[in-house]
Each structure stands twice: as structure tokens, then as C-alpha cells.
Ligand binder design. Structure first.
Ligand code: SF4
Length: 368
């Protein structure tokens, strides 16, 4: 069986950021212990199934709140029940606001080799507009600490469309990235999610208009490119060889086992998800089946997010067909030319197309 990915959702935060819709609850020591125990128990159910994994990802929430010992225990349980390949990419997300030295020591000792830091901006006033409690110096400190423990593969999150952000202030964040030189950058637009405090005050937020956001997006990826990062997905760029192998599994429609409240998974052909409920998870609630995964429509919607796009080789290898002619014709039409490129290799989005990716991808997938 092909190696899968493993995703562990850690549903704790010290406080809730006003724009965030990820599932998390306020951290409590006793809940951390029960969560770690229950996760170890669920991992033990994978024993004897011959599963091997070449990526592991701890996301959240704030995985760094688990501390060094608990992350070590969960990693031990993963290794006990799943064959983790020697070259596996093992990532943890961390909040630079927390003191993460003990956590990173535990991570390094248990073989975690990649760190994703929620930097968001290198300007204090933008961080405070987002309700974030870390400073740019905290980000540098976290990067230095990680490197000291031998974790050099570091990704920084950068947010576009922050209240009060301008091209000039974004330039400063990009300079910060260039100087600190992480291996990977995720640059994504702030999305106003329903049921968040930002949603309630959205009209009062001073956010750039659509054209302004498009310019910021273009500026971000052009600058990153000049600094040696290649954009390989709508929101992601990396130095050569440092693409997120775990996230590539999602976009390549490959399988992964998700564990944790609100986690999704795709395993043995089925998609599933856990409820957004820590209590349910701790009480042993089973995930819900979400139907068959890996259809050609799903594959197309995911792989068109990648800079490589939909390739003739990829679709042939997976579904035994060529890219349908109607889809090629549409992608090569004059009206679509600013948004797509179509050649012998396949179909891919231009940067302009990436900005309106949902509309372009929807139009193409209708032609299947
Ligand atoms: S943005 Fe991160 S730290 Fe803030 S509430 Fe969401 S998961 Fe927690």
C-alpha cells in the first residue's frame, strides 16, 4: 500500500483570534492530558493494518500548547502503530506567542523535522489588528530556537488583506521574510468567516478592496520568486525541494488519516470527518463517513490549485483517460487566456487565474 499522510488536529488555543474559524477550545492542563491519552488510544487502533506513512502533520488549534512530553508520547504512538518511512516529513504548527523551547526540544527528540509558524505579519500594529499576541521578534526567536534543535525546515504564514495593511506595509513583511529566509511561505488572504467576531464588524474593518488585494497577491508572489521561492500552489511558495509534502497529498488527492476533533480524513477510498466537539472525541465518538473519495471531479478541483495544474500524465496514470477535448478547448479559448494556460503538458492556472481560482476551476470541471 502507498504511504499515506497522518494529520493530528490539536484543538486548543490560549485565546481565540477574532477572525479564526478553526475548531479549538480554551486550553486546560487536564484536557491536554485527556486529549493526548485519547489520541494515543485511537492511534493504537491502527496497529497491525500494515499502514505506512511518509508525512505527519500536527495542526490546530495550537499544537505547541501540548508541550514536549505529550507531543513525544503521541509521536511514539504513531511510530508504534504505523510504519513511518525514514525520510518522512513531520510537521508541527506553533504559535510564536508561546514559550516554545521545551516544546521544540520534545519535537526534535521525537523526530519532528518541520515547523510551521503563524507569523501573519511583521508589523506590530497589524498583528494587534488581528488580535495576535506575538511580536515579530517572537517569530525570529522561535526560528532560532528551532534551528538550535536542528529543525531547519521552517514555514512562515503570511496574511494578505489584514485590516490597515497597505502595499507599503506588506513590503515590510516581505523584507522580514527575505531576511529571516524560511524554507517555505504560505501566503493567504484573510477570509471573513461567519460566526467570528470579524464577521460581526466586517463593514467597519479597513481592508483593501478587491483590486488592492489582487495587487498585494501579485506583489507577494513576484517578490518571493525574486527571492528564490517558487510558487507551487495558489497560496504556497518554497525554496527548491521544500514544498510541503503533506499538503501536496491533499492537492494531489492522495490518502491521509485524520485524527482529532474536526479533523477530516481520506482513507481506503472513503472520506470521513470528526465532529467539532472535544467532548465527543474524548468520549470515543466515531468519525462520520463522508462518501467515496478520489473521484475525477475531486481530483481536478484539487490539482488545478497547483502551479503544475492538471497534467496529461497525471490524469492518464490515475483514470486512464486524456484531458477531455471540451476542457482543453475551453482552457485555450480567448476568453480564458488571461486565466489558464493549455499546452502539451496539460492545463494550469495563470497567477491571474489563481486569484479567481474557484470560478475558473468550476467552469473547467463542468466540462468533464
Ligand atoms: S488563528 Fe491559530 S491561534 Fe488563533 S484561534 Fe485560530 S487556531 Fe488558535
Amino acid at each position: 500500500m502507498k504511504p499515506v499522510g497522518i494529520y493530528i488536529h490539536v484543538p486548543f488555543c490560549r485565546y481565540k483570534c477574532p477572525y479564526c474559524d478553526f475548531y479549538s477550545v480554551t486550553v486546560k492542563e487536564e484536557l491536554l492530558d485527556r486529549y493526548a491519552e485519547e489520541t494515543v488510544r485511537r492511534l493504537s487502533l491502527l496497529d497491525g493494518q500494515g499502514i505506512s506513512a511518509d508525512t505527519v502533520y500536527f495542526g490546530g488549534g495550537t499544537p505547541s500548547l501540548l508541550g514536549g512530553k505529550r507531543i513525544g508520547r503521541i509521536m511514539q504512538a504513531i511510530r508504534k502503530n504505523v510504519n513511518i518511512t525514514d525520510d518522512a516529513e513531520i510537521t508541527v504548527e506553533a504559535n510564536p506567542a508561546n514559550d516554545i523551547a521545551d516544546f521544540l526540544a520534545g519535537c526534535a527528540a521525537s523526530g519532528i523535522n518541520r515547523l510551521s509558524l503563524g507569523m501573519q505579519s511583521a508589523l506590530k500594529k497589524e498583528l494587534s489588528a488581528l488580535g495576535r499576541r506575538h511580536s515579530p521578534d517572537d517569530v525570529l526567536r522561535a526560528m532560532e530556537t528551532a534551528c538550535r534543535f536542528g529543525i531547519q525546515n521552517i514555514s512562515l504564514d503570511l496574511m494578505l488583506g489584514i485590516p490597515m495593511q497597505t502595499a507599503g506595509s506588506l513590503e515590510q513583511s516581505l523584507q522580514f521574510i527575505e531576511q529571516s529566509s524560511p524554507a517555505h511561505v504560505s501566503a493567504y488572504m484573510l477570509k471573513i468567516e461567519e460566526n467570528t467576531p470579524f464577521h460581526r464588524i466586517q463593514y467597519a474593518l479597513d481592508i483593501a478592496d478587491e483590486d488592492g488585494l489582487a495587487d498585494m497577491y501579485e506583489m507577494t508572489f513576484s517578490r518571493l520568486e525574486k527571492a528564490g521561492y517558487a510558487q507551487y500552489e495558489i497560496s504556497n511558495a518554497s525554496k527548491p525541494g521544500f514544498e510541503s509534502r503533506h499538503n501536496l497529498k491533499y492537492w494531489n488527492c492522495d490518502e491521509y488519516i485524520g485524527i482529532g476533533p474536526s479533523a477530516h480524513g481520506f482513507f481506503r477510498g472513503r472520506r470521513y470527518y470528526f465532529d467539532r466537539s472535544l467532548e465527543g472525541y474524548l468520549a470515543g465518538a466515531e468519525p462520520h463517513d463522508d462518501g467515496e473519495g478520489g473521484s475525477i471531479e475531486e481530483y481536478l478541483m484539487l490539482c488545478l490549485r497547483l502551479s503544475e495544474g492538471l497534467t496529461e500524465n497525471g490524469i492518464k496514470e490515475r483514470y486512464g483517460i486524456d484531458i477531455p477535448k471540451a476542457m482543453r478547448d475551453c482552457a485555450s479559448s480567448a476568453v480564458m487566456s488571461p486565466y489558464c494556460l493549455c499546452d502539451g503538458k496539460g492545463i494550469r492556472l495563470t497567477r491571474k487565474g489563481m486569484l479567481i481560482s474557484n470560478a475558473v476551476i468550476c467552469r473547467l470541471t463542468k466540462l468533464l
